[in-house]
Design a protein around this ligand. Structure first.
Ligand code: TEU
Length: 561
């Protein structure tokens, strides 16, 4: 196995709560995942990423961990976890765990000990400060709304929570805490997991000055004091030494909140010995009006291309590595967001997949993306479950004065629950997700959009994904080729090429609902006389020696050797 085997791999994200229930429970479970491993193997992915399945009060669906060493009973047992690892490994699939070490649940024993006794060694595992003249220690805002400090009467001080009030930030300055975390991570590696997705890992090092921010823009909310903080690279190097270096063949991916390219080069350049790859989110903020997520806006295509090309080119120059993704459990469905899920669902889904999978980086598929799942368009507030969405609704209606209809429209476009509806397995009740009542409603379109019908149709989105995954394995140029971009001002097309010596892969994607043409001479590329069409998602897409013509949401991958 080469050292960077994951360059030619594709990773599949499972949100266990919504993936598959093995019986009649409202939530999915580990046995449900085991029952679908053959399906994932058929798709052809290499690695499964499981969002948190540890014991948790589930206030933030498992990102609030109360015990790192056990499985939440709603998902099963540690024996189920071991069975999942064994069954996955026997199919050649690796499994990575989502590890949340920026914060724990306030129900974690460490926090409970801290509350009980200020002199306990666990007190300093968290970040405690005195209030200032009856106000919180700083004006930093929580990512889920409101101030990010909570007063605890038991201790007389405030603790920091960058997320929900039940998610207390850990104090990484404390050496003993870091050692506890590293030994816990080694324990999971020893159990057989193949690596980690590290939740908001670039927030763990806080500047120790604890100063107020200006609050005069959407991002002046305190984040400059803890994002890519002063000791972050030291901590990741330490984690790499203490944990990652203990096992070969693992993979590490960091989730980086509001980060910079320069930092992400350091996080992922192999010479730095920090992480293998990173998720960044700038390309998914192109529909935030004035930086505000809770707004209605059609995304800005030129901005999207600029961000993507900047990240691709600069990470390439700095020998960094991107995790490529359109979707995850925190984002609305990409097909509904960047495509036309009503008129061109097949073309939009396959074009978006092509645009992503042929870039430089390791592609991630979020459950359901491979069958074209869409936003559910919930019409009742009661359909929503997500803590962030419910807080946002309250903010919009009570503080911003939005009407119920306005706030509901915004949630329908932006809520994280858009991606959290049950995986659509078949056309039976609740999409075949559970025999009982699901914890969150399935999208109404499950009778048309589901795995069973995708598998039965050789022209489905599923099989297109299967081909894309196979191409990455077959053609080294997709994994390793140099990337170049063209036509960055074109209002419909994303155009880029990959190169290994004189071999060229040209990728042309139409992000609009209109036909579109590209003059090949505009690219200054030495293509052969008759380049081969490696992939095309519409029978009306055409190529001649002079032009590429694309149908609405059409795309073509052209190989010249
Ligand atoms: O997300 C971090 C993060 O930055 C997002 O929460 C983002 O701020 C928010 O989703 C915007 O909609 C990770 C997890 O992926 C997320 O599910 C958790 O809620 C969060 O960390 C806290 O652990």
């Amino acid at each position: 196995m080469t050292q960077q085997w994951w360059k030619s791999s594709v990773i599949y994200q499972i949100y266990p709560k919504s993936f598959k229930a093995s019986g009649d429970t409202p939530t999915g479970d580990l046995q449900g995942i085991i029952s679908k491993l053959d399906y994932l193997q058929k798709l052809g992915v290499d690695v499964l990423w499981l969002t948190p399945v540890y014991t948790s009060p589930q206030r933030d669906n498992g990102y609030d961990i109360s015990d790192y060493y056990s499985i939440d009973p709603s998902y099963g047992t540690m024996a189920d976890m071991q069975e999942l690892l064994a069954q996955a490994h026997s199919r050649g699939l690796k499994v990575i765990m989502d590890i949340v070490v920026n914060h724990t649940s306030t129900e974690h024993q460490w926090f409970q000990e801290a509350l009980r006794d200020r002199n306990s060694p666990f007190y300093d595992y968290y970040i405690w400060k005195d209030g200032v003249n009856g106000n919180p220690p700083t004006n930093w805002l929580s990512k889920f709304g409101g101030n990010s400090w909570q007063f605890a009467p038991e201790t007389g001080q405030h603790y920091l929570h960058l997320f929900d009030v039940t998610q207390a930030d850990l104090n990484w300055e404390n050496r003993q805490l870091r050692n506890e975390i590293y030994s816990m991570m080694r324990w999971w590696l020893d159990l057989g997991v193949d690596g980690f997705r590290l939740d908001v890992i670039n927030l763990i090092s806080k500047e120790q000055t604890f100063l107020d921010d200006t609050l005069d823009t959407a991002t002046a909310d305190g984040r400059k004091y803890y994002t890519d903080g002063p000791k972050i690279h030291d901590y990741l190097k330490e984690m790499s030494r203490e944990v990652f270096s203990r096992k070969t063949g693992i993979i590490t991916v960091g989730e980086m909140s509001s980060t910079s390219i320069a930092n992400c080069i350091r996080y992922t350049n192999p010479a730095e010995h920090e992480l293998d790859m990173v998720f960044s989110f700038h390309h998914l903020k192109v529909d935030y009006a004035d930086g505000n997520k809770w707004s209605i806006m059609h995304y800005d295509f030129l901005q999207l291309k600029k961000i993507i090309s900047d990240w691709q080119l600069q990470m390439q120059d700095g020998d960094g590595w991107n995790a490529l993704f359109w979707s995850n459990h925190d984002q609305p469905r990409a097909l509904s967001r960047f495509g036309d899920d009503k008129n061109y669902p097949y073309q939009s889904a396959t074009m978006l997949a092509t645009a992503l999978h042929c870039m430089r980086g390791t592609p991630y598929i979020y459950q359901g993306e491979e069958i074209g799942m869409t936003n559910p368009q919930f019409s009742n507030l009661e359909d929503y479950r997500d803590v962030e969405s419910i807080n946002a609704y309250n903010l919009m209606s009570s503080e911003w004065g939005y009407s119920h209809t306005q706030a509901m429209e915004i949630l329908a476009q932006k809520s994280r629950d858009n991606a959290r509806t049950p995986m659509q397995w078949d056309d039976s009740q609740h999409a075949g997700f559970t025999n009982g009542t699901p914890w969150i409603k399935a999208a109404d379109n499950y009778q048309q959009i589901n795995v069973a019908s995708a598998l039965a149709d050789s022209n489905s989105i599923f099989y297109y994904y299967q081909s894309l995954i196979q191409l990455r394995k077959k053609y080294q140029i997709i994994a390793d080729g140099e990337i170049r971009f063209y036509q960055l001002k074109h209002s419909q097309l994303l155009v880029y090429s990959r190169h290994i010596q004189s071999e060229i892969l040209l990728v042309v994607c139409n992000f609009s609902a209109e036909n579109c043409e590209l003059e090949l001479s505009s690219l200054d590329l030495a293509l052969t006389q008759a380049p081969k069409v490696m992939l095309s998602n519409d029978s009306n897409n055409m190529i001649t020696q002079e032009v590429v013509q694309l149908a609405p949401f059409g795309c073509m991958v052209i190989h010249s050797i």
